[in-house]
Unconditional design. Structure first.
Length: 275
């Protein structure tokens, strides 16, 4: 999943693709670099970001979604609002990526149930303005699994078929670096919920913190793509359904390596017989 932020203030690429033509060009480039889905978002969810009016979000994303869909690009709409999700699906998007897991908009789960389209439920404890204050866990893996399970059940009660639902542990959302690493190391625990997992580690603060201990200075987000690709390979080995990245080519190669590694580890008993 390639990240396309049509925003002025996203942590990694805010402002680069706010212009419609630039956004569409970048979306096509992400597709050409190996992304299977392009995730278009018009509202930043970086730490401290404040909500924008729904009209502004719609104005940022709809033309971009429409143009990419018309070019045959599979588009996901990254939004916490049912109104934006509905308009984007009408414009050609094929799935909804809701980082609030239905908590930010009480209309979202009911709407998603009517669409029959894939719906991504991320682990979320509160808006960007306060999320860093909500990073308290008894055991982050157990707590995130339980809270995702609760959202999964809420979605099912609202009428979503379980086959529509993808789960996301929400790396960096109300989580510090230690929490993020623990969740990545225990994706198998989250997989017990029985739904595909999306992993979004791309260029995030915890990768910058890791690299700063080696380099002595924290690299800017755009210099964290090699670390992102390493996470992509390991997440794929752990069974993740998809990784959400800013630079698809390196992650696609990394996932191909991890898949070859996995296949090579599957041994056939030479004494077994086939029919």
């Amino acid at each position: 999943m390639g990240v396309l932020n049509v925003t002025p203030d996203s942590f990694s690429d805010g402002g680069l693709f706010l212009d419609e033509a630039a956004a569409v060009k970048h979306g096509l480039a992400l597709r050409d670099a190996g992304a299977d889905l392009i995730d278009v978002g018009g509202e930043s969810t970086r730490p401290g970001a404040r909500r924008i009016p729904v009209a502004e979000e719609l104005d940022r994303v709809l033309a971009v979604v429409r143009a990419l869909a018309a070019a045959g690009v599979p588009v996901s709409i990254d939004t916490m609002r049912a109104e934006v999700a509905s308009a984007a699906l009408d414009a050609g998007a094929i799935m909804v990526n809701d980082v609030s897991g239905g908590l930010a908009d009480p209309e979202m789960l009911g709407f998603a149930a009517t669409t029959g389209r894939p719906y991504i439920v991320m682990h979320w404890r509160g808006p960007s303005t306060v999320m860093d204050e909500l990073a308290g866990y008894d055991d982050v893996v157990t707590d995130v699994r339980q809270e995702l399970s609760a959202r999964l059940k809420a979605a099912q009660r609202a009428g979503l078929d379980s086959e529509q639902i993808v789960l996301d542990p929400g790396l960096g959302f109300a989580k510090n670096a230690e929490h993020n690493w623990s969740l990545l190391a225990h994706l198998d625990d989250l997989a017990t919920l029985g739904r595909p997992l999306l992993v979004g580690a791309s260029r995030k603060r915890f990768l910058g913190g890791l690299l700063s201990s080696e380099r002595g200075v924290e690299p800017p987000p755009a210099e964290r793509d090699s670390a992102t690709a390493a996470v992509s390979a390991l997440a794929a080995l752990a069974g993740a359904w998809c990784v959400r990245v800013h630079e698809p080519a390196a992650s696609k190669d990394a996932v191909l390596v991890s898949e070859a590694w996995r296949r090579a580890g599957v041994r056939t008993d030479p004494n077994s017989s086939s029919t």
